[in-house]
Design a protein around this ligand. Sequence first.
Ligand code: 26W
Length: 790
Amino acid sequence: MPPKDFRDAIVTHLTYSLGKDPDHATVFDWRMALSFAVRDRIVDAWMASTRRTYAKDAKRVYYLSMEFLIGRLLEDGVINLGLEDEARRALEGFGLNFTDVVTDEPDAALGNGGLGRLAACFMESLSSLGCPAFGYGIRYEHGLFRQSFENGRQMEAPETWLQQPHPWEFERPEARFLLGFGGTATATGWTPAETVYAEAYDTPIVGWQGRWANTLRLWSGRAVDPFNLEKFNAGEFTAATEGEALARTISRVLYPEDSTEIGKALRIKQEYFFSAASVHDILRRFEAEHADLGLLPSKVAIQLNDTHPAIAGPELIRLLHDARGMDFDEAVRIAQGCLNYTNHTLLPEALESWDETLFGELLPRHLQIIDRVDAAHAKAHPKRKVSARGDGRVKMGELSFILANRVNGVSALHTGLMKTTVFKDLNSLHPEKIINETNGVTPRRWLHNCNPGLSALITDTIGDGWIGDLEQLEILVPHVDDAGWLERYAAVKTANKAALSDWVMDAHGLKLDPQAMFDVQIKRIHEYKRQHLNILETIALWQEMKDTPNADWTPRVKLFAGKAAPGYFFAKEIIHLINDAAAVINADKTTNDKLKVAFLPNYNVSMAERLIPASDLSEQISTAGKEASGTGNMKFALNGAPTVGTLDGANVEIRERVGAENFFLFGMTADEVEARRAIKNHAAKAVAADPRLKRAIDAVAKGVFSPGEKARYKGIVDNLTGPDYFLVTSDFTDYWRAQRDADAVFTDTAAWSKMAAMNTALSGWFSSDRTIRGYMADIWGAESLLEKDA
Ligand code: 26W
């Protein structure tokens, strides 16, 4: 048993796990020692959780996701185990600062954006609720690329989180499955041409108050024959290890695309690799305890995080029918009883469909199985032919829908649009399948941990029950009218902004005025998220400030952060324009006391944890109907940053819950967007109708921000004044109006603080605990195994 005293536990690990003497230990050594001491305690909860699950023969949830955007784990572990004070004291005893030690940990950036971060929040909430669950994914050697800027342009470099020991995972050589690709298939079997091992690495995910811990099992590629001695002795050194290199290629790197399907063979191999290994592992665990496969749906709930793991369906049918001799239709019925599918985007270019030839070459048996599933579905629904396979493609959305028991969207608006657009036909055939589960975020990482000042004020006011039951925040409402309390609330934000300003100065040499409104847009760069609408408004504001520098302008700091998929040229141009505009605007002595612009490089989870508590205004300005939900919007609201936004995704529900008076709404609704887009030359008309907009676009077109290359932004200008599919120009005038409304309120500190505090008090519903309770009740039929009395 690890030493009771936490300080001793840390020193014990420093000595025996790191082999270091306190006098010679580096921050890295102390971080590892602290991590191992925390991990010991997590392992206790982990083992107890596993034992209890087996003892109760409980139903397990399996969350299959190509991405888990975890970030750092040390601080989360320390706080969920209630060890923060002890850890701080122990480290201070050795002259170390807790924050320096926890921020020494690299982010586990095993995801692109919303989908990956949601999976990470869900894992933490599943454990906090004591719901028996496994997360399954890929142990990428390289996560999302490292972003830097060269002359304002995005540069990508490999991410290297595993180049140093990773304290949170346990290698599981015994959990290894042999998987195949290619080869030939018959109606009863498959002889792959190529094989690879999938080996498991387990990371325990501990919940709030350390009462439960579930497993995140990530698969890594291993060669069947890692080293060919013959070739080596023949001097063919690289050929000798080619097998190993090829096998590791499968789990080498995360594809950095987050909205355009990839269509590459390696991508489908990655999807099959982790989906198949996970299904093998699920059946192995079930059969270890149960003989009757008919019971599978009552003990196993599988959630497909978008279509990326959709192949898990045909794989489960293959293992039940081919490998275990179950009747095909029975195998399909059992699979349908286990499988559920979450859709996270309606963007046509993001819906995965594979070329049937490529698909058939890599997975010949699965293509046969999909054909039989299609045939059975068509037989059951002769009136309307909807199939997974068609026009030479294998459509993974349709396949997931047909094989799923429940299909859910991630916000009320999005779920509604799923029924009337992409899944219109299937919805009419299966009207009971589509349900809504509005997203959520974990209140531990995204309020309690990242905003200790606000957390302390809330706990001081209403106790700490809110951390495990976020809707208790509503108890704060009456306090909002207490001027003294509101001042304390505002003081927290001011302190966070001062801390952020110091960091931005240290890290990027840019001076920010903490009294200014910190207006923040942080998310992946994409045309539908309209970062270019934001910079156009910024340019128009700058131009007006230059016109009348002595007018009483509300000082603004415009902060941007986010990565563009490396192949997404237009998004990279938007980044370039923002950096170029920032350079000109920040250098303008007539206005840079009132307006500063910064694009912070290499946005990731840890940077979000630093920026969100110090934000005043949350930019959620997507074209209505395009952002499935958004989750950053929820994090900002909880941390007291009112939203300037459209009626899109979960913005609609945030505004409903915090009150329209606490939300800066602008823009067209999803229906109005469709109508406006149908108008010929809608962009030219919008530009002609708003001289302020025209002036801003003209400045870009004239090269004001690219003096050496006048036509640098011709692409952006031609798009905005031409097709402008995402209606930047048509929403500009109302966006400007909303921003000026925000200016007006911000000048009245009490009014703004009231608005901010009401956002905090009324956003408790956006906890991922509430979301997971919805999945447990509406989709999985899973129960919490937490001791009721504790
Ligand atoms: C095939 C390439 C690819 C990779 C990832 C296509 C699409 C994706 C994801 C579905 C994109 C994504 O992250 N979607 C976001 O999911 C969040 C969680 O539900 C939502 O809050 C965001 O609105 C949605 O854009």
